[in-house]
Design a protein around this ligand. Structure first.
Ligand SMILES: *Cc1c(COP(=O)(O)O)cnc(C)c1O
Length: 345
């Protein structure tokens, strides 16, 4: 089976398991796990921040950040396609009492003009946006990388209006590799940034929230309150250290594989996709009527290729560490050989 449903499916490699098995550990709630400390220091350094906090999930990292940057009743500015809005189950309302203010942006992020209009003048009886979150790479937009100039313009506007900024950088290493820059170039201007070890980097569990030393000291308190204090988590942090040492540069292969899949889809009448827009490891194609996403996914599954639906009429394929060149070729051949008629059974 070639499993292209998500890059979260990767399993720890032999080398990673060895690193985990031999990790030096202590009780991290007591601040005594040397491997967690090492991972937090490395993460902060890579993303260009003073400090970082190891958290079990990206969702917790995002939500701790939102909690720190806002007060109950505030608005949070974000794009309609964002993970924080769509896949975190209203956590910002549940944990922090804040309200999402949704912007209908382009390619996964608002345009500077939209942001400017949505902030408006400060009047005491008007809802107050105090935080802007951006996502890079932008999953729902097809793993697109945010345009650095647009990001800079958005951050300028936020800064001018005292709006804090958080980067949901679940896949910021993919974005950095695609742009041939360092992750700090994409992250360090934000007040906080989160990235996941558990996606394309191939670790079993874990994300990091990066920020100033002051913010991360507070973040540690919020993490504990949310139930995210972990004990001998050096076992998990060791996987993260291994991932940062071994699994970053190789992301180019995932990106090349995704492009090949996109080309194969573009050549089939069932799909609409511009392969040029596929720059990281996520491929999202529109399904052209009368073809139907459900039957295409079943037909692919029957031919040993797994993908997922992404909203009505869209199919997502994701390349990752556990999908080699041969498997990509198998998926490309299978896509090319799919029937040219809507009934693919
Ligand atoms: C996966 C992901 C997260 C965090 O997800 P968890 O499953 O909670 O680790 C956040 N943002 C984006 C864009 C993601 O893809």
């Amino acid at each position: 089976m070639v499993d292209l449903r998500s890059d979260t499916l990767t399993r720890p490699s032999e080398g990673m398991r060895r690193a985990m098995a031999t990790a030096e550990v202590g009780d991290d709630v007591f601040g005594e796990d040397p491997t967690v400390r090492k991972l937090e220091a490395m993460a902060a350094d890579r993303l260009g921040f003073e400090a970082a906090l190891f958290v079990p999930t990206g969702t917790m990292g995002n939500q701790i950040a939102i909690h720190l940057h806002t007060s109950p009743g505030d608005d949070v500015l974000l794009d309609r396609s964002s993970h924080i809005y769509n896949y975190e189950l209203g956590a910002m309302a549940a944990w922090s009492g804040v309200v999402p203010r949704i912007l209908d942006g382009v390619s996964g992020a608002p345009l500077p003009e939209q942001l400017r209009q949505s902030i408006g003048p400060e009047i005491y009886y008007m809802a107050r946006p105090t935080l802007l979150t951006l996502e890079n790479s932008a999953n729902h937009a097809g793993g697109t990388v945010l345009d650095p100039d647009r990001t800079a313009a958005l951050l300028d506007i936020a800064e001018r209006h005292n709006v804090r900024t958080h980067l949901d950088g679940a896949r910021v290493f993919n974005a950095a590799v695609a742009l041939d820059c360092g992750p700090a170039d994409l992250a360090s201007r934000f007040d906080t940034a989160m990235f996941c070890l558990s996606k394309g980097l191939g670790a079993p569990v874990g994300s990091l929230l990066c920020g100033s030393s002051d913010l991360i000291r507070d973040a540690r308190v919020v993490r504990k309150r949310m139930g995210g204090g972990m004990r001998q988590s050096g076992i998990l942090a060791a996987a993260g250290l291994y991932a940062l040492d071994h699994n970053v540069e190789r992301l180019v292969h995932d990106h090349a594989g995704a492009r090949s899949l996109a080309v194969a889809m573009a050549n089939h009448p069932a799909f609409k996709i511009d392969p040029e827009t596929v720059v990281t490891n996520i491929v999202i194609a529109e399904v052209v009527e009368p073809f139907e996403a459900g039957s295409i996914l079943s037909a692919l599954a029957g031919r040993q290729i797994l993908g997922v639906g992404m909203g009505p009429g869209r199919i997502r394929l994701v390349t990752h560490l556990d999908v080699g060149e041969n498997e990509i070729q198998q998926a490309v051949d299978t896509l090319a050989a799919l029937p040219n008629v809507p009934d693919m059974s």
